[in-house]
Structures are given as C-alpha cells and as structure tokens.
Design a protein around this ligand. Sequence first.
Ligand SMILES: [Zn+2]
Length: 326
Amino acid sequence: MTSHFIRLLARLGPIALNTSAKQRLSILIYHRVVSQPDPMRPGEPTLDEFSWQMELLKRNFSVLPLAEASQRLRENTLPPRAVCVTFDDGYSDNESLALSVLKKFSIPATVFVSTGFLNGGRMWNDSVIEAVRQHRGSTLDLRDVGLESYPVDTPLDRFNTADAILTAIKHKAPEERSAIVGAFEGRSSNLPDDLMMTDAQVLNLANSGIDIGAHTVNHPILSRVTDEVAYSEIADSKAYLENLIQKDVLGFAYPNGRPDADYKVKHRDLVEKLGFNVAVSTHWGVSTRESDPYQLPRFTPWDRTEFRFAARLLLNTRRVDPLLAD
Ligand SMILES: [Zn+2]
C-alpha cells in the first residue's frame, strides 16, 4: 500500500522526484527510540513506530551512509529518493533498541555522540524531565530557585510542567541553569544514570557498522561559548571517540543546531579545519548539490501513520536548503 502510494505521489509531482538535474537529499534526525509510549516524551518514536519507519525507508527510499550521500550529492550521483538516518546525543536506546531494527533492515545510520555524558551522565533536560516524572505530591514548588509552583497531578500536568520548566531555563546562562537543575537533582533520590550510552555501547554500534559522529563533549550552544571552549568541545569529542572506536570520526552535528542562533560561520569553519568531512544542523529542509556540506539541513517526519510519514518525507523535498555553499 505504501509503495503504491509513493509511486502515485512521485507521479503527481515531479518535484517529489530526484532527477539528475535537481538532486535532493533528506537527512532524518532522531534522538531516542523508546520501548513503549512515554507521556513525558510524546515526540519520541516507540520501537514499533521506528521499525515501520525503517521498513518504509528500506522499501521506498535509497538509504545511504551520511558521508557517502554528502559526497554523491556534490558529484551529482545520488540515487532517487536519497535519505540518511541520524541520531543526536548518544542515548543508550540507540544501541539497546534502535540497533536491532537498523540491522534487520540493513539501514546505515550515523549516531552523533556528546562524549561528556557517556558512562552514567545525564543531559540537563533529561534531569528536569525525570525529576518531574518522579516528584511525589500534586504540586512541584520551585519558587525558591526563581521558578513557579507547578501542578503535577496527572500525566498531562507532568508533561506540561516539565515543558514549562525547560522553556523557562533553556536560555539561562549555563551556571544559573546548572544551579537550578542541581537543586532539582538534590530533591530526587534516584534519577536514572543509564539514559546515555556506555563506552561499550558506542563500541558495539561502531563494530556493528553504525557510523559514529561527534556532537561536542558537554553539548554547549557554541555561539555562547568562547572560541577556546568551542575548539576544545569539538576537538576533544572527536579525539575521545576516535580513541574509543579506533576509527576516524568524520561527521559532526552542532548542538541545538540552528544556523546563526546556536552556531556561527566561524564554528562551521572550525569543524572543517578539524578534519571532519560532513556536518549537520537542525535547520529543516532538504539538501541539494549547492548545499554547504558543513551545514546540511535535517528533517523529522513526526507522523504516526505510514501514509502521512511518507507524504511528509516526499513533500520535504520542496523545502530547499537556503544555506548554500560559496
Ligand atoms: Zn544534541
């Protein structure tokens, strides 16, 4: 049914087809795959959803390794409906859940790892989400750390409360945010320490043919740190991963990833200078031959039905990347 639909859509709009004159590359961005629906993380696909998404890609698209796709985009030799699969941050479910699906459908993928959280670390947004999930009682009073008192009666309350707190502290200076998150963590007895991968899991991904890319050490917003910090964040994550997997790490993903807002052109130049051969942003769109290989846009089809997922993926090819190479 899906294959039929895709052929139909492709016939209806030439723009949805990759022709040799106008090659298009869609790069999908994932973070986690969860074992069952999680009301605190409604945006993350379950294992079942991820599985049909990969099966759909395998049947109807040409899924390529990121480095190869970037190279072939420049050479104008991409196959029709070219797609790459990427994951950001280094969540352990990438190895414990997603890997089996990627293997089953022979889907190449790149996992961009923030090395500072490996082996028991936790990203600040996860600390907030997990602390709100675990909080006992019907309200969460954070007025002592400059926030508000929030309802946590129902699962929806908890989701909205975590969302409100994340929004309130997202743009605070890292030190202030750490202090608030630290106060949170102090009130929660057993926040999970296995959300991110261990070194052994990263190694298993690499040895299973998954491409490992760098995503800094501590996931800073590069535009907000000094040049020295940006340099070490990028270079150190590359060196750590190369030492771990004993392979070159040639792909990079900018933390948060919005061009100009979260990283600047000088960071793009630094990534090139440090020896990477491809880098991805979170700017939504599709890459063309003119795209900057150090700022390829990505895209998340969030639909929960095969029909809509495929339609959105094909329609994404209309959204041409404005960040063109010189
Ligand atoms: Zn990230």
